[in-house]
Design a binder for this molecule. Structure first.
Ligand code: NAD
Ligand code: UDP
Ligand code: UDP
Length: 316
């Protein structure tokens, strides 16, 4: 098959491309390098089945493909809040363009949505039926509401134009290739501990998240794409930790001397988050396999190597 991966030079997208290439597909990676990097896909650059297109999805583009994995969108609060209007454009105009493309060429279209559509959830754990508690005018809204309208667009193109859609609601995912300055909690804590800097915990650290290792997540995305259910489907690891527990786990693993420093909690920071993955289990036969302790070791090793080496040219 010929498969388009938008946001393919990013963290999850590049791991997905590794799997698709290993399966022998033709892959087109579309990315504007906002938070993605050429080094993530460098190993495929000379491969005859791989093509990289530097393009911003808020502009139309015509390509002929069989499947579209639509991942292009900054995922870290630091990056999606840097230019919130652009984040909305990427989610609205970008998703519209990719759905228009999928409609024209009759490609199957998978949207990488997010647990953020549940906002600061009032039910726990979160099932796909829950409609969420999102602030429409807060600093996270460009992303949360952006992804909600992206889901709406996907379902409307499905009902109105018969586009064959799949919608994944991805929960916090971590692993090798996260940016050193990504701003999300796992990368921040690991980089700080490795550099012997104070580890920043926002608020009192009692808020919770559930962390999924990237290879598990990619397996879930591929099962959803190639299965019969359109979703939405939660994809995430149901093992829930407070942020303070996470910081302590990273500290024990990397640097028992590291200091934990408390900093103000950002506005609208969700109090707790854990996926109910009953749908993923029954529809896709999927559940995460790697516990946090194992995934953290692999992530720490990747950061350790990158921090020791001079960074290659970044092209962004
Ligand atoms: P990432 O920031 O590493 O990757 C996003 C990629 O999209 C980058 O390569 C970036 O350059 C590209 N991009 C951004 N705007 C673009 C535009 N306008 N045109 C073309 N390319 C553009 O993030 P990630 O963690 O790999 O997330 C990938 C997808 O998964 C995102 O849609 C994100 O919302 C979703 N998601 C991720 C998580 C997570 O925990 N990692 C959780 C929920 C949802
Ligand atoms: N689009 C695109 N590539 C394509 C087909 C469409 O980028 O191969 C864009 C198109 O420019 C439009 C959007 O997708 O802005 C929605 O397309 P659709 O055909 O649904 O709507 P229309 O073009 O009729 O407004
Ligand atoms: N967080 C933290 N220290 C950091 C970065 C984040 O304590 O250096 C907290 C953040 O306030 C949130 C949780 O960790 O409660 C997860 O944040 P992240 O940005 O990784 O993801 P999201 O909030 O989008 O789930």
């Amino acid at each position: 098959m010929r498969i388009l991966v938008t946001g393919g030079a990013g963290f999850i997208g590049s791991h997905l491309i590794d799997r698709l290439m290993a399966q022998g597909h033709e892959v087109i990676c579309l990315d504007n390098f906002y938070t993605g990097h050429k080094r993530n896909i460098l190993k495929w650059m000379d491969h005859p089945y791989f093509e990289l297109i530097r393009h911003d999805i808020t502009e139309p583009i015509r390509l002929e493909v069989d499947q579209v994995y639509h991942l292009a969108c900054p995922a870290s609060p630091v990056h999606y809040q840097f230019n919130p209007v652009k984040t909305v454009k990427t989610n609205v105009m970008g998703t519209l363009n990719m759905l228009g493309l999928a409609k024209r060429v009759k490609a199957r279209f998978l949207l990488a949505s997010t647990s953020e559509v549940y906002g600061d959830p009032e039910i726990h754990p979160q099932t796909e039926e829950y409609r969420g508690n999102v602030n429409p005018i807060g600093i996270r809204s460009c992303y949360d509401e952006g992804k909600r309208i992206a889901e709406t667009l996907a379902f409307d193109y499905h009902r109105q134009n018969d586009v064959d859609i799949r919608v994944a609601r991805i929960f916090n995912t971590y692993g090798p290739r996260m940016l050193e300055n990504d701003g999300r909690v796992v990368s921040n804590l690991v980089v700080q501990a490795l550099k012997n800097l104070p580890m920043t915990v926002y608020g009192d650290g009692s808020q919770t998240r559930s962390f999924c290792y990237v290879s598990d997540l990619v397996e879930g995305l591929m099962r959803l794409m190639n299965g019969d259910q359109i979703g939405p489907v939660n994809l995430g690891n149901p093992d829930e930790y407070t942020i303070l527990e996470l910081a302590e786990a990273v500290r024990n693993l990397v640097n028992p001397q590291a200091e934990i420093k408390f900093a103000p909690l950002p506005q609208d920071d969700p109090r707790r988050r854990r996926p109910d993955i009953t749908r993923a289990k029954t529809w896709l036969g999927w559940e995460p396999t790697l516990p946090l302790s194992e995934g953290l070791k692999l992530t720490v090793e990747d950061f350790r190597q990158r921090l020791q080496q001079p960074q290659p040219t970044t092209y962004s």
